[in-house]
Design a protein around this ligand. Structure first.
Ligand code: CP
Ligand code: NVA
Length: 300
């Protein structure tokens, strides 16, 4: 593994190795066992979109591993004024040991990886959010002991989260059922990948997707960069909500995850959110541990 660009690039073995190391790093942190495997290493973190969790967890994670994180706001960089990504990649490769980037186009992240000579980590694009899905898989495995054979149901937009969860869960031998409006399906390459798996299904009916689920997941109806479509999306996504009816269709002890930020009353009711806040905030914490594992694997 040279980069973390999207779940499609990882094997089931890669994912298991990251999750195992993440569990170990979490245990060590809780028991105050400190190693600094990234002493002397630097990570540039380029943000073209807002962030709370990704920025803070990467920054703290790098610090805990002994390295230096450098926050780079794209609007303050020449990349924000049109300097080509190919040139930015070749320059930054000469200063840094790795780059985490949050941006719009997946092609920009792939171009950084092709043109630079250091590991690139996708901190979210319109297409993928692999760091979040590694934390989600870690949280599910932590609570259930294994992933194999569990059913994951995702209700909502065919966005970066749905794309990445479909691929990540199928690679971990989970059953995957997604429900989305007909006009908001996941990306074609994700559907191409998924349709080869008998354990995958897609429907427009949230209750059908939720039947017997071990974990139910959702995300916002309008992602970053889609602010102009907000009204149209609120109408299109009516009914695509994790609520009591959906939870009644899922297994009685089903987990609920949400990458956050959440819009209570839209994709999830306040009641379901609070009833499952334990696992939702553990999921947020696990961003730190999962990303530290990725950093050790790529930069260590
Ligand atoms: N879930 C997630 O990526 O959160 P941020 O947008 O706050 O980084
Ligand atoms: N789908 C959301 C995820 C935020 C972490 C977005 O892209 O805005």
């Amino acid at each position: 593994m040279k980069h973390l660009l999207k779940m499609l690039d990882l094997t089931g073995q890669d994912i298991t190795a990251i999750l195992d190391l993440a569990d170990q790093l979490k245990y060590e942190l809780k028991h105050n066992i400190r190693h600094q495997p990234l002493a002397g290493k630097t990570l540039g973190m380029i943000f073209e979109k807002a962030s709370t969790r990704t920025r803070v967890s990467f920054e703290v994670g790098m610090y805990q591993l002994g390295g230096l994180p450098i926050f780079l706001s794209a609007s303050d960089m020449q990349i924000g004024r049109g300097e080509p990504v190919q040139d930015t990649a070749r320059v930054l490769s000469r200063y840094l040991d790795g780059i985490m980037i949050r941006t719009f186009k997946q092609s920009e992240v792939e171009a950084l990886a092709r043109n630079g000579s250091i590991p690139i980590i996708n901190g979210l694009t319109d297409f993928a959010h692999p760091c979040q899905v590694l934390a989600d898989l870690m949280t599910i495995r932590e609570r259930r002991g294994a992933l194999d054979g569990l059913k994951m149901c995702f209700i909502g937009d065919g966005n970066n989260m749905m794309n990445s969860l479909i691929v990540g869960c199928l690679k971990m031998k989970m059953e995957v059922a997604v429900a989305c409006p007909a006009d908001y399906r996941p990306a074609p390459e994700v559907l191409d990948f998924a349709q080869a798996y008998p354990a995958f299904s897609i429907t427009t009916d949230p209750l059908e997707a939720a039947v017997g689920a071990d974990v139910v997941i959702t995300d916002v109806w309008a992602s970053m960069g889609q602010e102009d479509e907000r009204q149209k999306r609120i109408e299109a996504f009516q009914g695509y909500q994790i609520n009591d009816k959906v939870m009644a269709a899922a297994k009685p002890d089903a987990l609920v995850l949400h990458c956050l930020p959440a819009h209570r009353g839209e994709e999830i009711t306040a009641e379901v959110f609070e009833a499952h806040s334990d696992e939702i905030f553990e999921e947020a914490e696990n961003r730190l541990h999962a990303q530290k594992a990725v950093l050790v694997k790529l930069l260590g």
